[in-house]
Ligand binder design. Structure first.
Ligand code: Z5A
Length: 210
C-alpha cells in the first residue's frame, strides 16, 4: 500500500518548519515510518542546488534558470527519497513542494503557469501531494517573523508585492481544489495550529488508501 504524501506550504514565517516536526512526532505514534524532508533540498544533490538557489552571492539568476534548478532538485528528491518512501508504504511530510514553484516562480517571478505545469508533468508524472496544508499569514506579519533571523536569502530580499503575489497564488490554488488543499490561519498559537493540522491529517489517516 502506497504511503501518504503531505506537504506544508505558505509564505515565509508562516510556521512550516515549526509545525512539521510536531506533526511528524505525533504521526510516528500511529504510522511505522514517517519521512520528513524539505524543498528545495531533501537529497544530497538537492541540498547543493538549494545553496545555489538561496545563495547570498547577489548574482542575478534568470527566472527560467531558477525554475529548472528547482525542478532538477525535485527530480532527484523524487527519485532518491520521496518515491522510494511512498512505494515502501511510508508517509512523507515535506516542507514545501511544487505549489511553492507555482507561487514563487509563477506568481512571484512571472513564469506562465502552463510552462510550470509542463515541467511538473515531465518530472512528476501523475505524482501530486495527497494533502497540501497551506499556512496562511498576512505578508507583513510573516516577514516580521522571518525578519528576526540573521541574513536574508535570495528570496527574502524580494519586496512586499512579490510576497503578496505568492500568498494570492497559494490561496487561489487552494480555492479550486478544496479536497486536496486546506488553508489554515497561521496566526494561531503554535499549539492550536498543530491541533488543527493533526485533525486534518487524522482524516487522511482514516481515508481510503490506494
Ligand atoms: N522556493 C521556491 O522559490 N520554489 C520552490 O519550488 C520551492 C521553494 C520548493 C526557501 O524555502 C525558499 O525556497 C523559499 C521559497 C523558495 N523562500 N522564501 N521566502 P524555506 O521553506 O526554507 O524558507 P522560508 O519559507 O523562508 O521558511 P521560513 O521563513 O523559515 O518559514 P516557516 O518555516 O514557515 O517558519 P518557521 O521557521 O517555522 O517560523 C518562523 C518564525 O516564526 C520562527 O521564529 C518561529 O519561532 C516563529 N513562529 C512559528 N510559528 C509561530 C506561531 N504560530 N506564532 C508565533 N510565532 C511563530
Amino acid at each position: 500500500m502506497r504511503g501518504r504524501f503531505i506537504t506544508l506550504e505558505g509564505g515565509e514565517g508562516a510556521g512550516k518548519s515549526t509545525q512539521l516536526p510536531l506533526l511528524a512526532e505525533w504521526l510516528r505514534s500511529r504510522i511505522d515510518t514517517v519521512v520528513t524532508t524539505r524543498e528545495p533540498g531533501g537529497s544530497a544533490l538537492g541540498e547543493e542546488v538549494r545553496e545555489l538557489l538561496l545563495g547570498h552571492r547577489g548574482q542575478a539568476m534568470s527566472a527560467d534558470a531558477e525554475l529548472l534548478l528547482v525542478f532538477a532538485a525535485r527530480a532527484e528528491h523524487l527519485d532518491k527519497i520521496i518515491a522510494p518512501a511512498l512505494n515502501a508504504g511510508h508517509w512523507v511530510l515535506c516542507d514545501r513542494f511544487t505549489d511553492a514553484t507555482y507561487a514563487y516562480q509563477g506568481a512571484g517571478r512571472g513564469i506562465e503557469e502552463d510552462r510550470i505545469a509542463a515541467v511538473e508533468q515531465w518530472v512528476q508524472g501523475a505524482l501530486r501531494p495527497d494533502l497540501c496544508i497551506v499556512l496562511d499569514i498576512p505578508v507583513a506579519e510573516g516577514m516580521g517573523r522571518a525578519g528576526r533571523r540573521s541574513q536574508p536569502d535570495r528570496f527574502e530580499i524580494e519586496d512586499r508585492a512579490f510576497f503578496e503575489r505568492v500568498r494570492e497564488s497559494y490561496l487561489r490554488r487552494a480555492a479550486v481544489d478544496s479536497g486536496r488543499y486546506v488553508v489554515m490561519d497561521a496566526r494561531q498559537s503554535v499549539e492550536r495550529l498543530q491541533a488543527r493540522i493533526r485533525e486534518r491529517v487524522e482524516a487522511c489517516l482514516l481515508g481510503p488508501h490506494d
